[in-house]
Design a protein around this ligand. Sequence first.
Ligand SMILES: C[S@@+](CC[C@H](N)C(=O)[O-])C[C@H]1O[C@@H](n2cnc3c(N)ncnc32)[C@H](O)[C@@H]1O
Length: 276
Amino acid sequence: MNNEQARNPDYPKNWNQETQASWNSNALNWDAKMGDDGNDFHRLLVRPATERLLGVKVGDRILDIGCGNGIFSRRLASLGAKVVGIDFSEQLIACAIGRTQAQDAIAYQVLDATNETALLELGENSFDAAISAMTLMDMAEIAPLFRALTKLLKPQGCFVFSVMHPCFNNPHISMVAEETESNGEIETRCSIKVEKYLQPTVTYGLALRNQPKPHIYFHRPINLLLGEAFRVGFVLDGLEEPAFPADYPNNYLLSWGGNFSEIPPVLVVRLKLLAA
Ligand SMILES: C[S@@+](CC[C@H](N)C(=O)[O-])C[C@H]1O[C@@H](n2cnc3c(N)ncnc32)[C@H](O)[C@@H]1O
């Protein structure tokens, strides 16, 4: 299916199945990109903000939703947590298992996080925290996950997730470079042009320049993304918008890096359940 078919209301769609097939096709490329320790996007932006918001304690039982090749599961285990890593891509779970040592306290499971019943089988009231790193914008549905989390988490538990920033890093932005003369010097200025934000959209995109199969992005504006969580009783109690430092080298003129140090490509959020 292409973007035109995706927009056609009469075209038959099974977003979830198609997303799963894409992630299985792209698993080896994704695994190679993330490796054991992650790329700079993960190490400099996603990981530090998530860890600050999460505040892992030794012995915490943590659910890693959409764990990919297990990059964050292994990190949490190294901080002393007991981790359950779930992903609906069998290929990525195989990569995760392959990169994990037997002594790491991690149990991986192939599980579709849009399936509320399957999620609840992980054990109600059994997790101190849950994370989801750069996954919710790849998920066809998020309401079942938020509903399940209200039961999976212990009463003081929190859910920390990161997504591509819906305002500045959504499928409808363009990166812009402009050259001007200022005081006799040539100046290059980079900015983000946002064409769409308010409507949720379903579009094909690339997480990696060389990925074999485009995958689907489910863009949700912040009011809808958090609205799903507020509806089931979560409150927002922490938020970070990490960006690359100004001295971070850009791989290309128009890539996320120091040229965009004032614009965060990632949004990281902590949710807690309202006390009953
Ligand atoms: C961008 S990757 C992020 C992986 C990992 N969290 C990381 O930070 O490297 C998105 C992941 O979400 C998973 N995913 C997407 N939809 C899912 C679903 N419905 N259930 C479980 N996993 C899902 C994909 O298989 C993929 O591993």
